[in-house]
Design a protein around this ligand. Structure first.
Ligand SMILES: Cc1cc2nc3c(=O)[nH]c(=O)nc-3n(C[C@H](O)[C@H](O)[C@H](O)COP(=O)(O)OP(=O)(O)OC[C@H]3O[C@@H](n4cnc5c(N)ncnc54)[C@H](O)[C@@H]3O)c2cc1C
Length: 378
């Protein structure tokens, strides 16, 4: 990918800059971080503005309501948005960053027309129902059961750590449809409307005091069979498509945001040892931005990001944690002070090496699928 901007791309960037500057001026104040309904309203309102201006789903095909632009324009969009400090995906992250892309790659035309433009407009918020009490790293051990009954699947079980479940309209749900098959071969991927009878969401309070995730209890929930994505029992393959978007392209805007923070810290730090540490992180982020370009152009070519996503996810999450540690030390703020935004963010970044697959799991994937080493015995 050549990242020197063509005249058309420069025009795209300049128009976007103008639009962002104008729209930032009348952006309402950010809601309280504990008020999830208000956060939903704030995030979906911004998403709607992007949609109306033609900036939602920059790289999504235009048939699905996106802009149908090149990977370069998508990266320009992410860079400019992060530099302008506009709201990023927020509660829309599952829909925009991995459920939507999965439906583009794997959904039926009906599923695509029911969900994709609605996600882009901010009318549909999605959550992810993958993890369970006994299935996190070993996701294929999941036990939530779906039994076919006429035109429906009857679903029973529970999910854990379901981010934004309380404000979501739909859930990408993994269920076991064949309990007798080997564990990777009896899973299916369902679209779960969150307003169906039998669904209970129990918020889980985090160390930050927020209830950003929940436990999802599913009690005889009747999900229409037309909500199956991919074939029955082929859900593990579809799951890997979802995870490749989640790990490969979902965090790219955060790299730009981290680079902005490096710039701010550079103005504050005078101690040479700390400056050296910051320079290492800056170099790591530069390398990651190069990897982002590679991953985004690979996704554009093949439709789905490759295993480079695990390399990115591992490196980014660890670099981000080093940066917030350094920021905490330099600014003298207590990492445990939850009334302080920097303190809260520092605590929050701890979750990055767990969410979307832990660092240990990314290392296993890289060892096996990139380096060709023997499988781990665990
Ligand atoms: C902020 C955040 C948001 C999340 N959002 C969602 C969501 O929306 N939907 C959802 O479904 N899930 C979500 N999760 C759950 C997340 O996917 C799991 O927490 C993660 O996959 C780890 O699973 P676990 O917590 O069960 O830990 P475990 O799998 O129990 O792992 C415990 C420890 O053992 C290590 N370990 C396990 N197996 C191996 C192995 N084979 N080799 C080496 N080490 C190993 C792990 O690395 C970890 O350190 C979220 C998590 C976080 C932190």
């Amino acid at each position: 990918m050549d990242l020197r901007l063509t005249p058309d791309e420069l025009r795209f960037r300049d128009e976007l800059r103008d639009w962002l500057a104008k729209n930032l001026a009348d952006l309402p104040p950010e809601p309280d971080h504990l008020d999830w309904p208000a956060r939903r309203a704030y995030d979906t309102d911004w998403q709607r503005r992007l949609f109306d201006a033609g900036y939602a789903g920059v790289n999504w095909p235009s048939d699905f309501g996106g802009r149908g632009s090149s990977p370069t324009e998508q990266l320009v969009f992410l860079e400019e948005s992060a530099r302008a400090g506009v709201p990023y995906v927020g509660v829309n992250f599952v829909g925009l960053l991995h459920a939507g892309p999965t439906l583009i790659a794997e959904g039926t035309p009906e599923q695509q027309s029911r969900h994709l433009a609605q996600i882009l407009r901010g009318d549909q918020v999605w959550c992810q129902g993958f993890s369970e009490p006994g299935a996190g790293s070993d996701l294929a051990s999941l036990r939530t059961r779906a039994v076919r009954d006429g035109d429906h699947y009857v679903v029973n079980g529970s999910k854990l750590w379901t981010s934004h479940a309380e404000v979501a309209d739909y859930c990408e749900l993994l269920v076991r449809t064949d309990p007798d098959a080997p564990k990777h071969k009896g899973i299916s991927w369902l679209i779960l409307p969150m307003d169906l009878p039998g669904i209970t969401v129990r918020p889980l309070r985090t160390v930050l005091g927020t209830a950003e995730f929940g436990e999802l209890i599913l009690d005889n929930v009747r999900v229409p069979a037309e909500n199956l994505v991919g074939k029955e029992n082929d859900g593990w393959r579809v799951t890997n498509v979802t995870l490749s978007f989640e790990r490969g392209t979902a965090f790219v805007a955060d790299v730009v945001e981290s680079q902005r923070e490096v710039g701010e810290l550079a103005k504050l730090i005078t101690d040479p040892v700390a400056r050296n540490e910051l320079a290492h992180i800056a170099a790591q982020l530069e390398g990651l931005w190069a990897l982002v370009k590679r991953n985004v152009s690979e996704a554009e070519r093949t439709g789905v990001p490759g295993v480079g996503g695990s390399v990115f996810k591992l490196q980014y999450s660890e670099a981000r944690q080093k940066l917030s540690d350094l920021g905490g030390r330099v600014s003298g703020r207590s990492a445990l002070s939850m009334s302080d935004r920097a303190g809260r963010e520092r605590l929050q970044w701890l979750n990055l090496t767990i969410a979307a697959g832990t660092s240990q799991i990314q290392r296993n994937i890289i060892a096996e699928r990139v380096l060709g080493l023997p499988r781990s015995r665990a």
